[in-house]
Ligand binder design. Structure first.
Ligand code: ADP
Ligand code: MG
Ligand code: MG
Length: 199
């Protein structure tokens, strides 16, 4: 079972990973974006870890709702409201249980990813974070390690795609040949799940 502490560790592990990879995320956002993805997420996840430490929510749902709200209010870029919605909606779907099963989490995370698609209008293949998140959701039934591998593969597979959503879509065919920064950060978020689980 997964308790509030597991979800706090997920957020802390994501923040640490975003710190380690910030330069790479920003570098990926430079040919097909505005070179701020690493700094956007660093600001957001620093704020998330700070608020979680201060308020110490008692349930998995409350941890993710608070984290999501914090991302929405601290990240200016497109990724802030999208990741914020992902976490908030996942948290809401977890309800008020003190502990949740991996299966409950998998269902809730799917609801979160669906909310991201509803908000941003992106479908699989549009070269966005969705291209890492959907494979991760589909693999979650086989565990966090399988989800991590699927998200990494999904992020790599964005390279030959043409962007149809977000800033990169303004480039049309010139967006082809570059890995999507948001799909890459989504693979970090999913990898942090395995890390929080001690895998
Ligand atoms: P901005 O483009 O506002 O500078 P970021 O650089 O932080 O925001 O985030 C860019 C990433 O956000 C993209 O690489 C892409 O994965 C994701 N993204 C942008 N628009 C959408 C959308 N409509 N739906 C899903 N993901 C999106
Ligand atoms: Mg950007
Ligand atoms: Mg920006």
């Amino acid at each position: 079972m997964l308790d509030a502490d597991f979800f706090r560790r997920w957020m802390t592990a994501t923040a640490a990973s975003v710190d380690r990879e910030a330069e790479r995320l920003t570098a990926l956002d430079s040919p097909i974006g505005d070179a701020d993805h690493g700094s956007n997420l660093q600001r957001g996840f620093h704020a998330v870890t700070a608020v979680l430490e201060k308020e110490a929510p008692a349930t998995p749902g409350a941890v993710l709702v608070l984290a999501g709200r914090q991302l929405i209010s601290t990240v200016g870029g497109a990724s802030g409201p999208l990741y914020g919605t992902l976490l908030r909606r996942t948290g809401k779907a977890l309800g008020e249980d003190a502990e949740v099963s991996e299966g409950q989490f998998a269902d809730a995370f799917r609801a979160g990813v669906d909310a991201v698609m509803a908000l941003g209008g992106a479908a699989p293949g549009d070269k966005t974070m969705i291209d890492a998140l959907i494979p991760a959701v589909d693999a979650l039934g086989d565990g966090f390690g399988a989800a991590r591998a699927a998200a990494e593969e999904g992020a790599l597979a964005t390279t030959p795609l043409q962007a149809r959503k977000g800033r990169a879509s303004y480039l049309g065919e010139r967006s082809i040949g570059h890995q999507d920064p948001g799909a890459t950060s989504s693979s970090l978020l999913v990898a942090a799940l395995a890390e929080a689980n001690g895998e």
